[in-house]
Write a protein that binds this ligand. Structure first.
Ligand code: NAP
Ligand code: MG
Length: 402
């Protein structure tokens, strides 16, 4: 069989630990035999990041701006223990944070649905895609502990020195206070990314805040979303038969649970943090959650939502077999290949991305799966495979389909 050709390279960002091992297996077994794979390779493994003073991460993000589509392996975000473990020069920042800062995007997370792994919520038939705003609010807040009686104010000093202030609280005794912010530019690109992704994937957008209580802060999010929708997306939505729906966050959670799924749920930063873990777990497993960063300029970076699976990696280093689930990483590749195929007009490549996903799901549905899924599946006669055997089984399914 002739290999499928590519036009433009994908930006390939390699990573760390167990996912780095899976990365190579996926390339060797599921991609290279079928596709004339063109990538521009960036090693974001911690060692290389340290050697390059983390320049490699910024270079990979810049390359994504050049080519438009990237696929990323999970990477270690160093903490004190990692600085010691790897003898790092510095506690380098989260690669995802660096990439997000350069591409200015929104992260969309969606569960992979497969027969035999049923959502805990009975009504959910289609994936719910969570779009989390990734800037500001409580994640960039200033906080203070108030020791005793006194007044707390919010003060804004304009460039020309003019001040305006509001009273937060007249404390009669000890307490706490928090000041947080967001930016019109960031909220605007968040809104654009959500609407653009909705058009791309043909899904409705739900957005919710607590604007009845937060009449300036949350209300501003609502206003910006409405403005971007009216000015830039209403027409495209009407043409595609899609809707934009705004409601209160407490109403939204109730509706989400009763829904069938199949829409994008846009969440403010904290809501998105909490709700994405809830949605991922309720759909079955973190190892089945995809993630894509979409920039307002239309750059795409695909990855798995989970980390480097450190515990499994240490077992692997001891020479033990692991049954680590490669599905979300495979779907990162299929997502990136499909997008590349769409942008370059390569139907064969798009079809291969579809086949790769079908083959992965078919393998699980036939009862062959990794341990994490075996623990929650409702299928009878399950065969638990190690990662290498599971990936080989998927290869068999690809060959059968092709
Ligand atoms: P993790 O890698 O997501 O794994 C946490 C646990 O979830 C695992 O121990 C495993 O449970 C289960 N799990 C996750 N993915 C799995 C898979 N594919 N197959 C089977 N089980 C899976 O989180 P972590 O161990 O807390 O973090 C490890 C490193 O990842 C950290 O250094 C962190 O900085 C990094 N991280 C990176 C990203 C990213 O690059 N996007 C995201 C999150 C974390 P059991 O142990 O019960 O089997
Ligand atoms: Mg979280």
């Amino acid at each position: 069989m002739e290999k499928i050709r590519m036009k433009t390279p994908l930006v390939e960002m390699d990573g760390d630990e167990m996912t780095r091992i899976l990365w190579q297996m996926i390339k060797d077994e599921l991609l290279l035999p079928f596709v004339e794979l063109k990538t521009e390779y960036y090693d974001l493994g911690l060692k290389k990041r340290d050697e390059t003073d983390d320049r490699i991460t910024a270079e990979a993000a810049e390359a994504t701006k050049k080519y438009g589509v990237a696929v990323k392996c999970a990477t270690i975000t160093p903490n004190a223990a990692r600085v010691e473990e790897y003898g790092l020069k510095e506690m380098w920042k989260s690669p995802n944070g660096t990439i997000r800062a350069i591409l200015d995007g929104t992260v969309f997370r969606a569960p992979i649905i497969v027969k035999g792994i049923e959502p805990y919520v009975k009504t959910w038939k289609k994936p719910i895609t969570l779009a989390r705003h990734a800037y500001g609010d409580v994640y960039k807040a200033s906080e203070m502990q108030i020791p005793g009686p006194g007044k707390v104010e919010l003060v804004y000093t304009a460039k020309d020195g003019e001040k305006s202030a509001v009273t937060v609280h007249e404390f009669k005794g000890p307490g706490i206070v928090q000041g947080m912010h967001n930016l019109d530019s960031s909220i605007t690109s968040f809104a654009r990314s959500c609407f653009q992704y909705a058009v791309d994937t043909k899904q409705d957008v739900w957005f919710a805040t607590k604007d009845t209580i937060s009449k300036k802060y949350d209300h501003h999010f609502k206003d910006i979303f409405q403005q971007i929708f009216d000015e830039e997306y209403r027409e495209a939505f009407e043409k595609a038969g899609l809707t934009y729906f705004y409601t209160l966050i407490d109403d939204a959670v109730a509706r989400v649970v009763k829904s069938e799924g199949g829409f994008i749920w846009a969440c403010k930063n904290y809501d998105g943090d909490v709700m994405s873990d809830l949605v991922a777990t309720a759909f079955g497993s973190l190892a089945m959650m995809t993630s894509v960063l979409v920039s307002p300029q239309g750059y795409y970076e695909y990855e798995a939502a989970h980390g480097t699976v450190q515990r499994h990696y240490y077992q692997h280093l001891e020479g033990k077999e692991t049954s680590t689930n490669p599905i979300a990483t495979i779907f990162a590749w299929s997502g990136a290949l499909r997008k590349r195929g769409e942008l370059d007009g390569l139907p064969e490549l798009i079809r291969f991305a579809d086949v790769l996903e079908q083959a992965s799901l078919k393998t699980i549905e036939s009862g062959r799966m990794t341990k994490d899924l075996a623990l929650i599946t409702e299928l009878p006669d399950v065969q638990v495979l190690n990662s290498a055997d599971f990936i080989r089984a998927i290869r068999g399914e690809i060959e059968a389909i092709l």
